[in-house]
Each structure stands twice: as structure tokens, then as C-alpha cells.
Ligand binder design. Structure first.
Ligand SMILES: [Zn+2]
Length: 751
């Protein structure tokens, strides 16, 4: 490479001595890619073609067939349709340092150069000498940045890949991801342009039609990529003409000198060149070939500097269009320039302004499906200039508004890959300037629990929000927060502690004064043990000792299926029982059973969290079962109920308690009638738990009274009534005993 450069330098630097030439050679070698002192461009296309031919025995024949087809198409005048063909382009930017990762602007400038050069809209077209103006051509070939990738996804047509390869050569490594490059996109559908650092002073190389599909495309030196608006750094090959030249090859153009002395470029309207021209030859530059024509040194397919190139000819245009019509016809149907079906993005609706104050307001709208963010804009209705901003939310607070002014706002949804339309305007009018702001009143704490409470206060006219603060009464430091509501839930409080709180109104930036304190005291900690579980059945009822009577027991109905059973016994002298269930966290009920756990003696099933009570006044010692349940599955895993079983030697008074009760006056389970059946003297025995006057009655089945005593004196304990039944009718009879309003019935047969 160095020798190569040395030879070129020797041509133009005849005054330099050998030492100086060696130094220059070294500089060129070291700084390749940044400075192109070589006096003509170095295109690797023909060298690459020879490589490909040696590796691909069929290539030469295929290219001959393409050449035959090209001649036929051109001779028939059918090489182009007359329509502009737009070729989708993907740029593969390969970099192993940040300088090589060139910005989009350079790529877009390069695409612009291609489009202008191929359309003969290049600004330097006027530099084409007049004798060539008549053959200068708009090729009708254009280029777009690919808008969709081969998988149909949206793209900007730029693939950027970091690579560990610091310098590529014409061995195609840049065309394969596995070799530190980037795999080609479907080469029948896209023009692939690899942008990379090339060694050997190469500016670029292209593959002619007919070559292998997976290497098809154009390679250009990164520093050559750009255009007048964003030039590269490979001066004087920095204006994007390297790509123009290489794309010419890719569309089957040969070098203008035919890569031979006075060779043919297979185009009839270009003059025969001796060889390549470098630098920027003065016009006219005559050929020494037959006829000594003036050479078209400004043709894109010569080797001159970027600033000195400005023309494709009509003959070159025909060859390129023939290449597209025949061997590159896949480009004609490629959808690469067409963006994928756009994602539809709706228009926000339900616009409203809330919390409108003199200088602030909250804008709200309904979410749009698929929106990733929203652009909103607002202005006074008389203005023409919007204030615009973006948010991910469907609500936004705006400020610095003017008081007493009508505003309008609009919202636009942004979906991935699509932008919706701005909505129609919603309007609001800011309030007048507020100079005073009231003080909240009616402070109250509700829902006070052990660690949380709800603070409430009355609204203040004109308030846009409220600052509230709270602390334990003994503390000196407030905890402060803000809400737009007139209620605030606070938490993380300490149990069994007195708190105070104060509230201040904010009227659109004008603060009122803090109110006087409201106070509340948190409840005791609600954490409770449940020492009686498991006691879900009568058989597993927890036996309460005498010391556990007449004291508060706490436990939980911890789940919708939890049932708590207890068992206890009374002792002589304290046979009256009162069962209280209090501090109910949910709708619980209690049931009292006799000793076997199945005979219900009484129940209390009050609604809601009202306390429950059962009273049983009896003078007999007994064993009892208590069942506590949640009504219809009510439970609280965290809050305890309180169960208290009280015993007494004297009757519990129902009136004082006003709750459910059970008094057993007569134990009818003990009524015995003998003999039964009977037809003579009959003994009726029963046990009463109370003494006093009873009404005793014996009737037959038709209700006819056989015996009645309205003032039968029963005594506490066993009682016996004797009656002769010999004169009674035969059949079923009843004995009815009423004590203290309680009526019990027994039945027997008279024969
Ligand atoms: Zn070339």
C-alpha cells in the first residue's frame, strides 16, 4: 500500500527529495481514513470482481448473459418504464470508535447526494462543459431511506453495529455479522450500503449485477460518507461522490476508461479515455486515443475528486435502468420505501379542567388506547401561540396562568410509531386573584384506629388545595402533607396516643392560616393473640378454668369458617350465668348449650357489631358450652372480640342489660308422669328452678280441662302433683305448667 501511494506521490511531487517522500508516505499510511493525499480515488470494484470470478466459476457466464440482456433491452428502447424508480437503501454503519459511528445527518446528506446526482439536480451540474450537456441525464433513479425492514417492522434505514474489527478489506467481512460486520438485508429488495473503515486506502467497492446474493451491495469508507450539508472527512473525497460512483457500479456501470488503455465502458455516449483521471483536471483534457476526444473527466465513473464530478450520461442511465429492469427487478416491487401500516392513534376525548384557580388548573382527558404519552397545549382563547408540553399521564397541573382569563387546551396522543390528532379545544376560565383565604373549620377525626385515622374538615371557599399537619400532642414537629380533598387518611400512627392536627387552605397560591388543632387518640394496638384455637368443634372446645370466668377473654374469628367453642362449669353458690360478647370487629353471634353441646339453651344474634348477651338464671350447677360464630362468614383476622363469662349467686337482671336472655324456670326434661299410660292415680313430677305461684292445668286432646290450679305453690327443686285420672276420657292428655310466664308441657295417655 505504501509503495502504491509512493508511486502516485512521485507523479505530482517531482521537486521533493527521496527522504521527504518517505516521510510523506509514512504520514499517508498512518493517517489513512483521515487524509487522502492520493491524487485519484481508489475504487476496489474491479479488483473485487476478479476475486469473485476466481471463487465463483459461474459468475463470468452470468455476467455475459446480463450483458446480452442489457444490450437487447437498450436496443429495443425498453430498458426503462419512464417512471421514477425509488430504491430503498439500508446503511450498515460499523464502528469500533465513536468517530466512525457517524451521525444520521451524514447518512441523510449522503442520500441527498445520491438523489441529486441521479436526478441531475446536483448544484454543480452547471459545471458540466457545454459539449457534454446534451448527453447529461436524469436517470429517473431515486433512493429512499428504508422505511420498513425485511420483517415488516418500521425502520429509519440505518443499522448501527459496534465491531471489534478496526479495519475492513474487500474480503466482504463487513457483510456478515459473524465476521464483525452486519448481515445484508434481502439484496433483491434493498440496496445495502456498508459504511466502515477500509484499509489499503480504499474508498469503496461495489458488486456488479450477477454476483452472490448475500454479498450484493456497496461498501464505502466511513470518511467518504456525507454531502455538502454534512461532509465527510476524506478530503477531497468527502462530498458523497464515492457512493454515487459505487452505486453506478452496482447498477452495472463500468469505469469510464473501461479499465484498459483506451478501453470501452460499454456506453456509446461517453468519450474514450486513455486511462483514469485523478485530481481535478483542467478542461479541456484531451485523450490520446483514436480521435483524441475531450475526456469527460467530470463523469461520476472517473477517478477525479468529488468536487470535480457532476455527470451521468444518457447511455449510462440506460445501462443502469436496464440493470434494474432485468437483474435487479426485485427493487421494482420492493415495499422497502413504504412505511408499515401505520399504527392508528386515537384522539383524546372528555377533556376537562379541574381545580381551576387564579393561576393554576388541572387538565384531564380520557386515555387513548395504545398511547405511550400525550402532547398537550394551552393558550388564552385570544392568543395565537400555544404553550406545549408532554406527559405520560392523563392529567396534568399547569400554572403561571393569568387570573380571570379564558383559556383553551388541546391534547394529542402519541402511540408507538404514530401520532394522533390534536383534540378539539376544551375551555376554562381562571378565577379572579384571591387576596385572602379562609381557615378550615369543623375539624374531626374519623375511622380512628390504632395506627390510622381519617382527618376531615369543612371546605374553604376558593381553596384549590389544603395543607394539613399532625403530630402527637407531646411532639414539637409536625408531619405535613397536601391534598385537594377535605379529607385525608393518615397512617403509621402510634397506638394509644393523643394526636392533634391542623389544616390550612391554599386559594390558588394565597395561603390561609392554619386552623386551631383538632385532636384524637388512637386505639390500643389491635394485635391480639388467639390462645384458644383450635376449638372449632364442641369436641375440641377449650375448657375454661374457674379463674378464666369473670374476666375478659380475647380471641379472633380468624376466617370465614372459624368457629370458637368454649366449655365451662358453674360451681355451687355461683350458678347464674351471664355471657357477654363485646368489641365485635364484625357481626358475631353467641350460643349457649347444655352440657352435651347439642341442646341449645339460648342465643344472642343481634345485628352488626352490637354486643351480644345471654343470661341464664338457675340455681343448679351445670356444665355449659359456648359457641361464637361470624354471621354469614363474618370475620376479622386482626381484631379480637372480647368474651366475658360472669357467674353470680343471684339472678342477673335482664332489664339492666337489655340484651338477649334465657331464664329457665322449669327443667321439663325432668318431668316424669307415672304410670303412663294410666287409668287411675297419676303422679306428675318436675323440677323447678324458681319458687312461687304456678298455673298447673291438665287437659284432654280436645282442650277440656280435667284439672286446674291457678295458684299452685311450686318450690325451688322437685315438685309433685297427684291426680286421679280414672274418670277422664281415654286418649292423649296434656299437663301444662306455667311459672313466671314460662309454659312447659308434658303429655301422657289415659286408657
Ligand atoms: Zn470504481
Amino acid at each position: 500500500m505504501c509503495v502504491h501511494t509512493f508511486e502516485k506521490l512521485k507523479i505530482t511531487t517531482s521537486k521533493m527529495n527521496l527522504n521527504r517522500l518517505l516521510v510523506l508516505c509514512l504520514i499517508v499510511f498512518v493517517t489513512v481514513g483521515n487524509s487522502f493525499a492520493q491524487n485519484h480515488r481508489n475504487c476496489g470494484t474491479m479488483h473485487y470482481l476478479e476475486q469473485q470470478k476466481s471463487q465463483d466459476p459461474g459468475l463470468e457466464l452470468r455476467m455475459e448473459q446480463i450483458e446480452t440482456q442489457t444490450r437487447q433491452l437498450i436496443s429495443q428502447g425498453s430498458e426503462k418504464s419512464g417512471m421514477v424508480v425509488t430504491i430503498p437503501v439500508v446503511f450498515h454503519v460499523l464502528y469500533n470508535n465513536s468517530a466512525l459511528n457517524i451521525p444520521d445527518a451524514r447518512i441523510l446528506a449522503q442520500l441527498d447526494v445520491l438523489n441529486k446526482d441521479f436526478a441531475r439536480l446536483n448544484a454543480d451540474a452547471s459545471n458540466t462543459p457545454s459539449i457534454f450537456q446534451s448527453v447529461a441525464a436524469n436517470t429517473n433513479i431515486q433512493f429512499c431511506m428504508a422505511q420498513r425492514d425485511p420483517n415488516g417492522n418500521p425502520t429509519n434505514g440505518i443499522v448501527r453495529r459496534s465491531t471489534t474489527v478496526s479495519s475492513f478489506s474487500s474480503n466482504n467481512a463487513m457483510k456478515f455479522t459473524a465476521q464483525g460486520g452486519s448481515d445484508a438485508w434481502n439484496t433483491t429488495q434493498y440496496l445495502n450500503i456498508w459504511v466502515c473503515n477500509l484499509g489499503g486506502g480504499l474508498l469503496g467497492y461495489a458488486q456488479f449485477p450477477g454476483g452472490a446474493a448475500n454479498t450484493d451491495g456497496v461498501v464505502v469508507l466511513t470518511e467518504s460518507v456525507g454531502g455538502p450539508s454534512a461532509p465527510g472527512s476524506a478530503v477531497p473525497y468527502h462530498l458523497g461522490r464515492t457512493a454515487t460512483h459505487e452505486v453506478g457500479h452496482w447498477l452495472n456501470l463500468r469505469h469510464i476508461w473501461g479499465d484498459a488503455t483506451c478501453g470501452s465502458d460499454l456506453v456509446s455516449d461517453t468519450p474514450t479515455h486513455n486511462t483514469s483521471n485523478g485530481g481535478c483536471p483542467a478542461y479541456p483534457h484531451y485523450s490520446t486515443c483514436t480521435g483524441t476526444p475531450i475526456e469527460m473527466t467530470m463523469n461520476y465513473m472517473d477517478y477525479t475528486e468529488d468536487a470535480c464530478m457532476n455527470i451521468f450520461t444518457a447511455g449510462q442511465s440506460s445501462r443502469m435502468n436496464a440493470a434494474i429492469t432485468a437483474s435487479r427487478s426485485g427493487l421494482l416491487t420492493s415495499l422497502g420505501c413504504v412505511p408499515p401500516n401505520p399504527v392508528s392513534c386515537g384522539t383524546p376525548s372528555s377533556l376537562s379542567a379541574t381545580n381551576v384557580a387564579s393561576t393554576t388548573a388541572t387538565l384531564n382527558w380520557a386515555a387513548v388506547t395504545g398511547a405511550s404519552s400525550y402532547n398537550y397545549r394551552y393558550k388564552t382563547t385570544s392568543s395565537t401561540t400555544w404553550t406545549t408540553a408532554s406527559t405520560n399521564s392523563t392529567t396534568v397541573n399547569i400554572s403561571s396562568l393569568t387570573a380571570s382569563t379564558a383559556y383553551e387546551f388541546q391534547v394529542q396522543a402519541s402511540c408507538v410509531g404514530a401520532l394522533g390528532s390534536f383534540s378539539a379545544s376544551a375551555t376554562f376560565t381562571t378565577s379572579s386573584v384571591v387576596t385572602s383565604c379562609g381557615t378550615p373549620t369543623n375539624l374531626a377525626a374519623t375511622n380512628v384506629a390504632s395506627s390510622s385515622a381519617t382527618l376531615n374538615w369543612a371546605a374553604v371557599t376558593g381553596a384549590s388545595n389544603y395543607n394539613y399537619r399532625y403530630k402527637t400532642i407531646s411532639a414539637t414537629t409536625w408531619t405535613t402533607a397536601t391534598t385537594t380533598s377535605t379529607t385525608a387518611n393518615i397512617s403509621s400512627l402510634t397506638a394509644s396516643t393523643a394526636y392533634e392536627f391542623q389544616v390550612q387552605a391554599n386559594c390558588g397560591g394565597t395561603l390561609g392560616t392554619f386552623s386551631t388543632s383538632g385532636t384524637f387518640t388512637t386505639l390500643a394496638s389491635t394485635t391480639c393473640n388467639d390462645p384458644f384455637e383450635s376449638n372449632n368443634t364442641a369436641g375440641t372446645a377449650k375448657v375454661l378454668t374457674t379463674s378464666q370466668l369473670n374476666t375478659n377473654l380475647t380471641a379472633t374469628i380468624g376466617s370465614s369458617t372459624d368457629v370458637d367453642w368454649y366449655r365451662f362449669s358453674t360451681v355451687s353458690g355461683a350458678t347464674r350465668v351471664k355471657v357477654n360478647l363485646t368489641t365485635l370487629p364484625a357481626d358475631y353471634d353467641i350460643y349457649l348449650y347444655a352440657n352435651n353441646g347439642t341442646t341449645l339453651l339460648g342465643s344472642s344474634e343481634l345485628f352488626g357489631t352490637a354486643s351480644e348477651q345471654i343470661i341464664r338464671n338457675t340455681n343448679k350447677t351445670a356444665s355449659y358450652y359456648i359457641r361464637v360464630i361470624g354471621y354469614q362468614g363474618a370475620f376479622s383476622a386482626s381484631s379480637c372480640y372480647t368474651l366475658r363469662i360472669s357467674t353470680s349467686g343471684t339472678n342477673w337482671r335482664m332489664a339492666d342489660e337489655g340484651q338477649a336472655m334465657e331464664v329457665e324456670a322449669i327443667d321439663m326434661s325432668s318431668v316424669s308422669i307415672s304410670p303412663n299410660p294410666t287409668n287411675g292415680n297419676t303422679a306428675f313430677e318436675f323440677v323447678s328452678n324458681a319458687s312461687g305461684s304456678a298455673n298447673v292445668m291438665i287437659t284432654d286432646m280436645l282442650g277440656r280441662v280435667v284439672y286446674q290450679n291457678n295458684a299452685y305453690q311450686v318450690s325451688e327443686g322437685p315438685n309433685m302433683i297427684e291426680q286421679d285420672m280414672s274418670n277422664s276420657s281415654k286418649g292423649m292428655h296434656f299437663i301444662i305448667v306455667e311459672v313466671n310466664g314460662e309454659r312447659k308441657t308434658g303429655r301422657f295417655i289415659v286408657e
